[in-house]
Design a protein around this ligand. Structure first.
Ligand code: PHE
Length: 343
């Protein structure tokens, strides 16, 4: 025999079921849910009152209330799903809704062209066993100059117009300080690259920026020679330009390499015949490099009688400008979306 309490619960349930069936929108359905199962909903209050019942009535009342609640919840979910799908198909059939219209395009960001090349170069060198290192942008005079064989008052300091900070530090003018930092913590064989931002106190124009990007390269082991330097550079260039690249070395001066070179590549626009990009010479200057100077090895606590190495300083902006034929270096930091969206 059902008790009065159970009859009352059954009555509530039947009424709520009818209300759910009658709800004609998701909003109306939500109203029913809140009224019955919400914080102070009808059924919630009943459930809370179970504790106050005489112990003999509690189990049956609790069981009946929970069953009613589960039934109502299941019905609410079912009704909601069918109201939602009806709303969608209603929208599709509503003549004012043209579902053949293209959606509003989503604006996705893209990688900056410098980042793209940087990541590509990191991948190429990683596959050749190079580590990718990072160095500070605020550098000491020691790492930026002194340990690179550029003593105070050395004329080579003028080659690199420097932003000095009030505390005596400076903004690194190149990524070469990472060479010394690498040698301090790594022992030969050393194979490392160090991409990063560098700064020069310079008047800007289409080919000069005060902030640009380099990738330093360093390889130190027994018997490293210019042949290793050329082989590694050709491998890298083949990947970046997706074809074999002819290179040549000219003498170049940097205090931290001996001998020092400028590495040129055969102009890929005119194939060496002479054009505006290569200024009729058939060659384009790509990057300075050379064999690490014995004094620099010593600063890195490496014995120049046992080990030798090569280093290079690849200008990323220049590389990107050649690959995509960009004619103004200032575009990179302009933040101009018309430029950036092309990559
Ligand atoms: N650090 C030099 C520069 O930025 C380039 C360089 C790197 C030259 C390594 C030789 C070897 O001007």
């Amino acid at each position: 025999m059902a008790s009065d309490g159970e009859r009352e619960i059954a009555a509530i349930r039947d009424r709520v079921v009818a209300e759910i069936r009658a709800a004609d929108s998701v909003t109306a359905l939500d109203d029913v849910r809140v009224r019955v199962l919400g914080r102070s909903g009808e059924l919630t209050l009943q459930l809370r009152a179970v504790g106050a019942l005489p112990a003999s009535e509690r189990p049956a009342a609790g069981k009946a209330l929970n069953q009613a609640r589960r039934a109502i919840e299941a019905l609410l979910d079912e009704r909601r799903a069918s109201l939602e799908s009806a709303a969608i198909s209603g929208a599709l059939h509503d003549s004012s809704f043209d579902f053949t219209l293209p959606a509003t395009p989503m604006r996705l960001g893209t990688l900056h062209p410098i980042s793209r090349i940087q990541y590509q170069i990191e991948d190429i060198f990683t596959s050749m066993g190079f580590a990718v290192l990072d160095g500070p942008e605020v550098e000491s005079d020691y790492y930026n100059f002194e340990a690179l064989n550029i003593p105070k008052n050395h004329p080579a300091r003028d080659m690199q117009d420097t932003f000095y900070l009030e505390d005596g530090n400076l903004l690194r003018t190149h990524t070469s300080p990472v060479q010394v930092r690498a040698m301090e913590v790594m022992r030969p064989p050393i194979r490392a690259i160090a991409p990063g931002r560098v700064f020069r106190y310079e008047v800007t124009d289409a080919s000069h920026e005060n902030t640009f990007y380099q990738v330093e390269g360093l390889m130190v082991d027994e018997d490293i020679s210019v042949a290793n330097l050329i082989a590694v550079m050709k491998t890298m260039l083949r990947e970046v330009f997706e074809r074999d690249v002819t290179v040549r070395l000219r003498p170049g001066y940097f205090p931290f390499v001996e001998p020092g070179f400028e590495l040129d590549i055969r102009c890929f626009i005119c194939e060496g015949k002479g054009c505006a990009v290569c200024k009729r010479s058939g060659w384009v200057e790509l990057m300075p490099c050379g064999m690490v100077h014995p004094a620099v090895l010593r600063y890195g606590r490496i014995d120049p009688d046992r080990h030798s190495g090569f280093a290079f300083g690849l200008g990323l902006n220049r590389l990107v400008m050649m690959r995509y034929r960009i004619d103004d270096i200032r575009l990179f930091l302009s933040g101009d979306l018309r430029f950036l969206e092309q990559f």
